[in-house]
Write a protein that binds this ligand. Structure first.
Ligand SMILES: [Fe+2]
Length: 387
């Protein structure tokens, strides 16, 4: 069997590395930088240090602050049109997953014919995209490291992905200083999402020795620092570790896929407005409990990482693997995250449709270590509705 492993071209990292953004713009031949962020971040002015650094270095810039939480096709077109009108030669995606996904998709339209939906699917983008720098402001999605942009398909409903080797960032800047202001709940949700990316990629069927190395490091960094970052948001060492953990997980799952946690978590009713990371957290314990027997060796390692303890000398592989669900619940308790779908507005009568949608998510389930039927998924949802 043969594999290919892809990743971004360059990573600039370390607390304070945002100050290097102007030099990176110039290295990409840029003179006019187009910053893409979301309205929430722009309102607080998180991007101000970036704008000031660019101005101080004589780089013209413009701000697009309309990246949508679930980017629509129209919002991508509007972003690309504004960048074109400005005469942009470099894009800077700045924010959480939605801002970065907007930047990735807009970069496609700046050197390829629109509309964006003609590129829904794998590797359909014919020409290289406009150069882009991606700067995450949360430690969670790992979107800065992947080549996929997830968009709302406003014509046919649902979400679709544009996946292309041309969408990898030219440069990623990882500056944990940008995450210091994240509230504890957001720190917890996004951090658990990063852990789930690494875990689903590590235990998944498409894992390779390369993704294993990335994902093991990612899980250790996140599990070893998420409580500290949640308890004290200004703990820069913990923030730094979380930023690296999230990025390494992105480098891992971007080359494999996620698994059943994402299959179920992303199909909870949209009207409940459950943040992505929270949905992952709620669906994790029962999913790892279900999966563990499919790959006890790997789930034993995951359980040990969650417990912060190598128990390979004192417990059997099966004992450690059987502990993975409880170990995950212990993490969520420390982070103040309740499980039980009923806590989040999901109704019992929603569950069959959730199971239908999760079972249809073949891209994710095909990487899951344990085969799951629609009825098994429904049984898990019902058993975990109130606990
Ligand atoms: Fe995720």
């Amino acid at each position: 069997m043969t594999f290919s492993h892809f990743t971004v071209k360059k990573i600039v990292h370390g607390a304070g590395s945002i100050s290097l953004a102007p030099a990176e713009v110039k290295k990409l031949g840029g003179r006019k930088a187009f910053i893409i962020t979301d309205p929430g971040l722009a309102k607080i002015g998180v991007q101000k240090p970036l704008e000031e650094a660019l101005s101080a270095d004589g780089i013209e810039w413009a701000l697009f602050d309309k990246a949508e939480l679930e980017p629509s096709m129209d919002s991508i077109q509007a972003c690309a049109d504004a960048a074109k009108a400005f005469g942009a030669d470099v894009l800077i995606g700045f924010g959480g997953g939605s801002a970065l996904d907007t930047a990735k998709a807009a970069s496609v339209l700046l050197s390829n014919e629109g509309p964006i939906d003609r590129y829904f699917g794998m590797n359909l983008v014919p020409h290289p995209t406009m150069p882009k720098i991606l700067i995450p402001t949360t430690a969670g999605t790992g979107s800065e490291m992947t080549n996929i942009s997830v968009l709302a398909d406003t014509k046919n409903g649902g979400k679709k992905g544009v996946v292309s080797e041309f969408m990898y960032a030219d440069t990623v800047i990882l500056d944990a200083g940008l995450t210091l202001g994240l509230p504890p709940r957001v720190t917890a949700f996004t951090g658990v999402d990063a852990f789930v990316h690494a875990m689903e990629s590590y235990c998944g069927l498409a894992a390779t020795p390369i993704t294993d190395a990335l994902n093991l490091a990612a899980m250790r960094l996140v599990a070893g620092n998420i409580r500290q970052a949640y308890a004290n948001g200004s703990n820069i060492a913990a923030r730094d570790a979380m930023m690296y953990g999230s990025a390494l997980a992105g480098m891992g799952f971007g080359n494999t896929q996620n698994g059943i946690i994402h299959a179920i978590g992303t199909t909870l009713p949209v009207e409940c407005h459950i943040p992505h990371g929270l949905a992952m957290a709620v669906c994790s314990p029962f999913s790892v409990g279900f999966n563990a027997i499919a790959n006890p060796e790997k789930y034993a390692v995951v359980a040990d990482i969650l417990r912060g303890d190598d128990r390979s000398f004192s417990m059997s592989v099966m004992e450690r693997a059987a502990d993975v669900e409880d170990a995950f619940r212990a993490l969520l308790r420390d982070l103040g995250i309740q499980t039980g779908l009923a806590n989040y507005g999901v109704k019992r009568e929603d569950l069959p449709a959730c199971a239908d949608r999760a079972f249809a998510a073949k891209r994710l389930l095909n990487n899951n270590p344990r085969q799951a039927s629609r009825d098994q998924i429904l049984a898990m949802l019902e058993a975990n509705f109130e606990n």
